[in-house]
Each structure stands twice: as C-alpha cells, then as structure tokens.
Design a protein around this ligand. Structure first.
Ligand SMILES: [Zn+2]
Length: 426
C-alpha cells in the first residue's frame, strides 16, 4: 500500500531560499530537530512537487549531503549531521521493505506514495560506501512523466513526419539518443497514440517505467535470464501488430528486430546512436543485413533534452543578426517571424535559475527510396545523414537553434549542455 503524505507544505522555506537551484535548506530540518521520517517526508514532497527526477542522500566525511536532480542538473540542498545518515537510510529501507540488517551489500527496491491525490512510484537504490549508505531515489510521477506526442517538442513539420511514420502498418522505426535524452518518454507517447482495441502492442523494456493502457509490457529480468533477445522471441509468438524493444545491443536482437519489421510488424527500437542515420549503422554493425535493414526501414528519430526557459520570468532580447545562428535555419522561420533570443531573469518559480522543465529537441529522418538504396549498399551513416539533410531534413542542431530563436531555450543552454549539437559535429 502506498503511504499517503500529509506534511505541511514547505512553501515558507522555499521562498526564503534564493540560491539558484535550491528547493530547501536541509540544515533547517536538523535545526528544527525533526525525526528522520519527517525530514524524508519534507524532502520527497518538495522534490515531487518541483518535478525532480531523483533524490540523493550521500554520506561523506562532512555529513549527509542532500541533493536533488531537477531538469537534468544535480542541485545540492544542504548537509545534515552525520548521525542522521543511518537513521535516514533505515527509514527509506523500511519504506522499500529492504533488509535493515544488511549494510554491506547494495540493495534495490520500490516504494509508493500518494501526494496531492496522485500516486508516485519511487525506485530506491542503497549503496554501501566508505562513510555510510548512499541512498538514490528515482521518482516516477505518471502525471509529469507521460506526455502526449504534441507536448514533446517536435516542430510542426516534424510532428507531421512522425505521424506518418507511426501510421506505417509495418517496418522499422528507430529512436536514438544518449541515456537520459527522453527516448522512453517519446516511445511511450508514440505507443499511446497507437494503442487501440484492434491492435496488439507488446513491449520489451528495462525497466517498465509506467503502465500503459491497452499495451502488453514485459520487463527484462537478468536474474531470471530474461534478456532482450529471449523476451523478443516470446513476444514474436504473441502475434503482435506493434513491437517496442527498449534496447538493441546484441546480434540476436538486431536480427530478430529486422526480421519482425520485414514480416508485417511495426517495430520501434531504441539505440544509443548519436544521430538518426547512425542508428541504422548501429544495427548493421551488430550483424543485421544492410539489405533487410533498408527494406524495412521507415524512419529514425534522434533526440536530446534541453532546459526550457521559465514562462514566469523570460524576457525577449534584441532581434539577432548572428549569421552563425541564422543562416542555418532561416528557411524554417515563418513569414514575418523575427529571430529573437530570450533569457530567464530568475524567479521563485524556476528556483532562480531562469529555466523550468525541459523540452525535447529532435531530428526526424524519413526513409526515401534513394536513402534506402544507400543503406542497402552499405553507405556510411555520415553519407546517409548528409543526403537526408540535403534533402530537407531538419538536423538536431538546426532544431536546437530554432528552439532558441523561438524563446524556448537559450544559446548558452545549447552550448553548455549539448555542445556537440551546437557545433553540428554529432
Ligand atoms: Zn522564473
């Protein structure tokens, strides 16, 4: 049963904190002589409300360091006295029904809570370190984590291409990007759009992050010997119309994915490739035959996440005439659209960072006959990529610049967080 939290809203504490990234002062909790359970409730409540993805309690020589990850950035929230470390990790272990007596081996578990009337899942990892136990908690908030296709950050023309891709009755659609680039969110949005009573959709995931209605989700389990390849063999016997495979990293999975996509199924697969065309090459490098990859290939989506300017404190700057930014993307600006950069001044809504939430930045490569021909002949991915870009594909670098010129993010964010994208050297 999930626990229901009813701690006081720590809004008063939050408003007194002005250091960028700070949600609360952990020191205040110790000064107030709160019990570990009350401290934990305050930390997790603020973290969930501020849409943090993770909470970290780390025992170091100086005390228990509290940090939260918000919008991909780890933000320190203060240090608690050392003697609270074990009591706090014990409390979290109890929540996750872990072994209190085990302090030498890592442990993993789950806990649930209900906050503001909605269920929150917590994935908990305990790691013994030289100063005590490090507690890492991943927050799964269904309301914040499941988005519609239209909310992800595709440009209108990319959205049209994506809709065409998922309307294919069969074939292969690849989604690529680094870990934490939002691939799962994109795949869940695509699958939710396809979910219907007359379509059997089966997934192989590691792990299943959210339950999706009308979709059969299976989870990799290394302890039981259930890897991607093994589960995929069973999935294919389930008579699916649509398959989603969380990761392709061995020859058997690559081969099975391409076979399924060539036998009347729509297959979504993810890879860690850096750009859309490299995703194709990664399948071929694993041993899939270029001809069969080319025959089934419908398209590829590459993505990353950038911080989004805070809607409460963003101000437009002067119109830019920077040719390095403009020349590349002028053709995608609407008639009369002025290329204006913006900045976030910082306010309580964005923890004085100027950014609130993140948006995806995408590249959508749609397969054409000439591109399929190149893939089939084993052309290098860079050549396929350049041919697609020459044919009008908006590259991820161009999409990122467009997002900055439309006031969604900043050039600084693109340069800091995703410098490869900015320079176009992906
Ligand atoms: Zn703000």
């Amino acid at each position: 049963m999930p626990t229901t939290l009813t701690p006081p809203r720590p809004a008063a504490a939050a408003t007194t904190v002005t250091e960028p990234g700070r949600l609360f002062n952990a020191e205040d909790f110790a000064v107030a002589e709160l019990e570990p359970s009350a401290i934990w409730d305050r930390i997790i409540t603020v973290a969930v409300r501020e849409q943090a993805s993770d909470v970290h309690l780390t025992c170091q020589a100086t005390g228990v360091h509290v940090a939260v990850r918000v919008d991909g950035r780890l933000c320190p929230q203060g240090v608690l006295p050392t003697d609270l470390g074990q009591r706090l990790s014990n409390h979290v272990k109890v929540l996750a029904r872990l072994d209190l007596g085990e302090r030498r081996r890592p442990q993993d578990g789950h806990a649930g809570l209900e906050l503001d009337g909605r269920p929150i899942d917590l994935r908990i990892s305990i790691l013994p370190t030289n100063h005590g136990e490090a507690v890492a908690v991943r927050i799964f908030d269904r309301e914040a984590g499941l988005l519609e296709l239209e909310q992800l950050g595709f440009t209108p023309s990319q959205l049209g291409e994506v809709r065409n891709l998922i309307e294919s009755p069969a074939g292969l659609v690849l989604v690529s990007g680094a870990t934490g680039a939002g691939k799962t969110t994109t795949l869940y949005a695509l699958l939710q759009r396809l979910a219907s009573d007359d379509r059997k959709i089966v997934t192989v995931e590691n792990p299943v992050e959210y339950d999706l209605p009308k979709i059969d989700q299976s989870q990799v389990n290394a302890k039981l010997g259930l890897d991607f390849a093994t589960l995929l063999r069973s999935v294919l016997r389930q008579d699916p119309n649509v398959i989603m495979i969380g990761e392709v990293r061995d020859a058997e999975t690559a081969d099975a994915v391409v076979r399924a996509a060539n036998s009347g199924r729509l297959v979504f697969a993810t890879t860690h490739a850096v750009h859309s065309a490299a995703a194709i090459e990664s399948l071929i490098a694993l041993g899939a035959h270029p001809h069969f990859v080319a025959r089934s290939f419908r398209g590829a989506i590459a993505q990353t996440l950038v911080r989004r300017l805070c809607p409460y404190c963003t101000v437009p700057l002067a119109e830019t005439d920077d040719a390095a930014v403009l020349d590349d993307i002028r053709r995608w600006l609407g008639p009369g659209e002025r290329p204006v950069l913006s900045m976030g001044r910082g306010c309580p809504h964005c923890r004085h960072t100027g950014y609130r939430g993140r948006t995806g930045v995408f590249e959508v490569l749609t397969a054409t006959e000439p591109l399929r021909g190149m893939i089939s002949r084993g052309a290098p991915s860079r050549a396929v990529y350049e041919a697609a870009a020459a044919d009008g594909m908006m590259t991820i670098a161009q999409a990122a610049k467009l997002a900055a010129l439309r006031g969604l993010t900043t050039i600084e964010e693109l340069m800091q967080g995703v410098s490869e994208i900015w320079t176009g050297t992906l």
